[in-house]
Write a protein that binds this ligand. Sequence first.
Ligand code: DGJ
Length: 302
Amino acid sequence: MKNGQIWKDIDGNDIQAHGGCIIEHEGVFYWYGEHKGQDNCPGTRRVDVIGVSCYSSSDLVNWKYEGLALSADPSDENSMLHPSKVLERPKVVYNEKTNRFVLWFHSDSANYLYAGVGVAVSETPTGPFKLLHTMQPNVQDSRDMTIFVDTDKTAYLIHSSNWNKTLNIARLTEDYTNVDGLYVSVLIDQEREAPAVCYRDGMYYMVTSGCTGWNYNSALFARSPQLLGKWKLIDNPCEGPGYRDTYQGQSTYIFTVNDKDYIMFDHWKPQDLKSSGYSILPITYDDQSNMTITWNDEWKGI
Ligand code: DGJ
């Protein structure tokens, strides 16, 4: 699969799973993302909400379309799942206590002024997920976001807030379906979005982009020895040709397979969002806790 380009599923159709995440459950990988499989609304940089797609794979290369895990609701204009809204960056986590899959996403109005999150649950990885609620977490505005599950299985919502100036890290309830009231603001006034978080050898890492809409910019990584502690922006983790513009990509998720970390990027095409590409690239670390992302022309899976 050529990194930076749109990828095909095993039926030869474009994979529609933008702004997504990959999780492993019972030996199967599931890739969830935004289905943007129709033309942009004329003259805009938006596609009406279709839903959250789910794909499955055993090797991270051959992906089978499992359908929409969460579907738009064209019947109810007031629903946050109505096609006229915004549904971005879906992230799914499995809750061991409730045996449920929990899907969080950036839920917004078309003008991005609602600035909230949506939460949906399902008993199976492929759905259908049922919307539980949408909200502004801890009464804070929330745009780009991710979910991170810590080593002790406590989960956190990490979201751009205060008009994208600052990131909040908000602890979730034990069932992962709500925030529990505890949150901290980090990277204050640094204007970062597209957070992707991981933990490696005693250190938490967060890759983010700058705030330039769908346009690429330089990624930066931040790190902190404690998730709710003091985070510091360090450097652009990308190396090699195109590193300055993040290879024309934007971070969306970090996953771990066989004890190796990989980052997924979206390569947005703002005028034709359905054709936006993907890349999956390896992450390495040195003994000074510096993170490096290396470009490969091809993603060959595991
Ligand atoms: C940047 C975000 O990272 C994307 O997910 C999307 O919200 C665009 N902004 C919209 O302009």
